[in-house]
Write a protein that binds this ligand. Sequence first.
Ligand code: NCD
Length: 313
Amino acid sequence: MSKNNLSGKDILSIEQFSLADINYLLSTAKKMKKAVERKGGLDTLKGKVMAALFYEPSSRTFGSFITSMQRLGGGIIPLQGMTNSSVAKGETLFDTIQTFQSYSDVIVIRHPEVGSAKVAADASQIPVINAGDGIGEHPTQALLDLFTIVDSLGKVDGLEITMIGDLLNGRTIHSLSKLLAKMDKVKITFISPKSLKVTQETKDYLTKHGVKFSETDNLKETVKNADVVYMTRVQKERFKNLKEYAKVKDAYIITPQIMKNAKKKMILMHPLPRVGEILPEVDSDPRAVYLSKQMRSGLYMRMALLASVLGKI
Ligand code: NCD
């Protein structure tokens, strides 16, 4: 196994990772999985404290970071409602970061502005982990998504991956596309309403990395060849005009019928929350991993990330 190059580092964007870092994180997450299955966790981070500063709603990212720290024996400052903190009194992000770096060893931040995690990292002496910066990136989600793919299908190189939904505003899409670009011979197909197409920045990144990708609106045909279908919700909170949201929110829906056309050996993923784009009837399909394996991967990968940046691995 390669060595830990992430000690003391911030986790801000997928762009920062080498292939060696990615493989290191995948194998560390696998070890964390074994440790959790065997004895619930480890005490690797005993005496360390994580501050989780969430300025936007979250269930899975917040919950899994908290439980990851706990399962490694560490302490937590869980602030999910940052709008109830001194932020409500007008405190700047800089001052908030100064405060929590006095109390903790690592800061996890979710914030509505693109680039906010970088601003926090620049203000901080301790590692900062980006748990979603507006429509920017969500690197820890992409890493857990990759772990889910490898854990389910045994590999990622050479696979056909279809991403569907709000490809413009979905930060999970931005990070996962960039992460897959570092893999070998992956083929990506994007499906979205016209107004929510994947950004030129992401397309340029894929082209630069020699990744084959295409855009289509034919869900039924595309699903037939996919090894991974990655569904996302239309991001209502990013719309200024809710009439525009209503027009596109149900553009693509995964039904049992659609799943009938899919390969026997494929997986259906979703970062969640879903708001109607995968019908509940699909949940019992063994290829649906969003309510099981994918969520559980969040725990293992975030344990791996916390132990790595705190230099305890
Ligand atoms: C995603 C997010 O916050 O970007 N959720 C998550 O972290 N699992 C996806 C979403 O909100 O649609």
